[in-house]
Design a protein around this ligand. Sequence first.
Ligand SMILES: [Ca+2]
Ligand SMILES: [Ca+2]
Ligand SMILES: [Ca+2]
Ligand SMILES: [Ca+2]
Length: 496
Amino acid sequence: MPPRPPCSPSRTTARRRTAAGGLLAALVAAVALVPVSAGGAPAAAAATCPASSGEVLHGVPGSGRAVALTFDDGPSTWTPQVLDVLRSKGVRATFFVTGDHVARHPDVARRIVAEGHVIANHTQTHPQDVPGSVPRGRFDQLPASAQRDQLDRATRAVRDVTGVVPCLFRGPGGHQSSATTRALLRERRLGNVHWTVDSRDWEQPAGPSRGAVDAVVRAATTGGGSRPVVLLHDGQATARQDPEAHRGSTVAALPRIIDAYTARGHRFTTPDGRPFPSPRPAAPEVPVAADVDGDGRDDPGLFSAGRWSFLSSRTGLPVLVSHGTAGDAPLVGDWDGDGRDGIGVARRGVLHLRQTATAGPAQVVVRYGSPGDVPLAGDWDGDGRDTPGLRRGTRTFLARELRTGTSSWVQDLGGSRDQVLAGDWDGDGRDTLGVVAPDGRVVVTDSPVGSPSPATGARRATVPAGARVAAGDWHGQGRDALAVLAAGRPQVVALR
Ligand SMILES: [Ca+2]
Ligand SMILES: [Ca+2]
Ligand SMILES: [Ca+2]
Ligand SMILES: [Ca+2]
């Protein structure tokens, strides 16, 4: 067996791996590890946008009464309130988001898409000609390379977090009319959306007053003609961050704006008059953990439909990675024993693994298990390399090698709807199992896999029912702990 590589304490132990539990038991059969030809995970969804002329759109094309509500500069902590109002009114809207803010609020961006709104490109960093803006300058006057970078990074951020490729664009401050900008938008099939009516909610004071809300309603509902595009804000994207920035006036004004347009017979539509996308129920989010920033502490994350979002323990900022696709199940492990974690997905019984927690094609592809099995990984024998396992019903199958062969161990633990976890709870260098029942009861065992009575010496805990639970070495101490992921941050669960 290879010796463990010299590395930081946290690296010398096995760490986190997780898998969502809960699939129906299938008949148990020999589980073969069969290498298959190498290949990559499918790329993210291709663009399906219609051709764009690149010309600036000020109102909704077509005839009859219609209105497009648009929100700029989010997502932010205000966006959920905006979404709540829209949902209560049965109205859909368009959100011009910045890539930076999507990375900061990925759950909110996914909710925008899940509820059938349009998510659109508002650049990565919202460049403006104000002190502190990077890059600084009127967007459509920036060098073409800078504009291209802003457009493409924002599209990638939206795609990586939501799976949707934006088809519409609005320039920061409405600066989007130069020939360079129009050509770039045409190339990218991005519709160039300005507005008809400015609600001027961006100049409202922090505390929403009756007067402020009245002013927003009046501005948002006046003078737009029969097919206006209405500019509103659910975030703040100026380089001069204003701690007083507040979208309470917008939230308070929104029901009245909607009622006013409804009363006049306007239909709510998209800025380019195309149908709204179908609401997409959010894919399940599976908690995961890996040290993606290399500081020796595991970073908590969520996997959903091929999108991994980790919260860096070093910077406190999200780290977004794409690997896999909808329907895949995640697994994390140090496949080559170099002390660094890779990520992987199981797809219909085939594992597509990478040696690092970064995007890119799979470097190792092996067959293990069957469609419907829930994957996991761990260093079951303590040799410093992680190998796969899978959960099927109440049984967990564990392989000693990442290659052709059969499972070395089978372990029964917990119920068929439990989430199964692997971790080195006692810091001895070997991973063992734990289960989380749907009602939140947790059992972990330190007994090496294959022990006749794995639950002997088990330790227990309770977490809130339905909590997102992951195992990781959160503090770089050389052993794993269970944690509930609340707002992404791990809250360690004490075992007794
Ligand atoms: Ca870390
Ligand atoms: Ca590795
Ligand atoms: Ca091993
Ligand atoms: Ca152990």
